[in-house]
Write a protein that binds this ligand. Structure first.
Ligand code: 45D
Length: 322
């Protein structure tokens, strides 16, 4: 029987626990635009007491520079309007340009705006703003999350901002191949060991990803292989996966700890592996608990891998089907 992406998506589904991240983002989405901006400011500054993102490099900031300069030269009212446009995904000039940014350029843009807010150059919250009870509800929900989950909420809200340019052609700016590289914070692990797993494709995948060697990682997939990032649809085919990896997987430190491998009658293998991933934005200060669910075809190639954010650290041990 031929492997299908749909059936691959369901492997180990009965070991999965719903993540509190989408629920928190759903609460955020229900807020009005000014409440959303206020929530982000409070959440970000509150979080910043324990963890702060690393400053983006000059090369990355340069990509957002023209928008940032325009904003700096605006009146406080105009600045607030720009942020409202971004949060409401309006079709306005800056919101449109932002919509073409890659994920990391979006994050760098907001990092710098946050700095300008702390310096008092940009107004963080609309003048005369009165906090509504809904904001406190989302803040309370956010406080219950672990740091890896909190930064995922922040990241997803930032990624969703700006005019939706997906119908305006395939280009994101900059092109994935022109993305500046993240400097690696820790030496990449050269030999991967995962308790319970010896599958070569999986070990090579982690090794390649920890070296940002995406060509190597891609060569481990089948021609119709797919990668499903957390809370997203599968990305299908080596070309699309490579573009995605260059844009969003650079500089990650992957530390798989344990896993299980189940041989299937057709010669394919299903593996579930749990462990910790660090993003270059926060380095060693934030660990994200995740699972990889791999479907390896009988020829030893990756047909499918899903990356799931875990609901809690207990889930790191939640490998067996019951
Ligand atoms: O609106 O195996 C202010 C894949 C003002 C690849 C603000 C992976 C108001 C395959 C507060 C300033 C990638 C899938 C805003 C593995 C306002 C694979 C600013 C997984 C917006 C393992 C807010 C990788 C700011 C994973 C500046 C799971 C927010 C990676 C900044 C996860 C937020 C990476 C930042 C994450 C968040 C990175 C910098 C979650 C970064 C998060």
């Amino acid at each position: 029987m031929a492997l299908t992406i749909q059936s691959a998506q369901n492997i180990f589904s009965n070991t999965q626990v719903p993540s509190p991240i989408p629920a928190t983002i759903a609460l955020f989405d229900q807020l009005g635009v000014d409440d959303q901006l206020a929530y982000l400011w409070y959440a970000y500054t509150e979080m910043g007491k324990t963890i702060t993102p690393a400053a983006p490099g000059a090369a990355r900031l340069q990509l957002a520079e023209s928008l940032l300069t325009q904003i700096k030269n605006m009146s406080p009212e105009e600045q607030t309007q720009v942020m409202r446009d971004l949060a409401s995904r309006a079709d306005a000039p800056i919101s449109r340009s932002y919509g073409f940014f890659s994920v990391n350029t979006k994050l760098a843009f907001w990092y710098e705006l946050g700095e300008l807010m702390k310096q008092g150059v940009v107004a963080p919250i609309p003048s005369g703003y009165q906090m509504t009870p809904g904001v406190q509800v989302v803040l309370d929900a956010t406080k219950k999350l672990d740091p890896g989950q909190q930064i995922t909420v922040l990241r997803n809200t930032v990624v969703n901002m700006g005019f939706d340019t997906s119908d305006l052609g395939p280009s994101s700016y900059p092109k994935a191949s022109e993305e500046p590289a993240f400097a690696r914070t820790a030496p990449s692990i050269s030999s991967v060991k995962i308790d319970g797993v010896t599958e070569p494709a999986v070990l090579s995948y982690i090794e390649a990803m920890n070296a940002d060697d995406f060509d190597k990682a891609i060569s481990l997939f089948t021609a119709e292989g797919a990668l499903q990032p957390p809370f997203q649809k599968p990305i299908v085919g080596p070309e699309a996966i490579a573009k995605y990896m260059r844009e969003e997987a650079q500089g990650l430190n992957m530390m798989p700890k344990q896993g299980i491998c189940e041989d299937q009658p057709d010669g394919s293998k299903q593996l579930k592996i749990t462990g910790v991933v660090q993003t270059p934005w926060f380095g060693v200060t934030v660990g994200m608990n995740i699972a990889w669910r791999f479907l390896i075809n009988p020829e030893g190639k990756i047909f499918f891998v899903a990356i799931d954010m875990l609901a809690s650290p207990e889930e790191l041990l939640n490998l067996r089907r019951v």
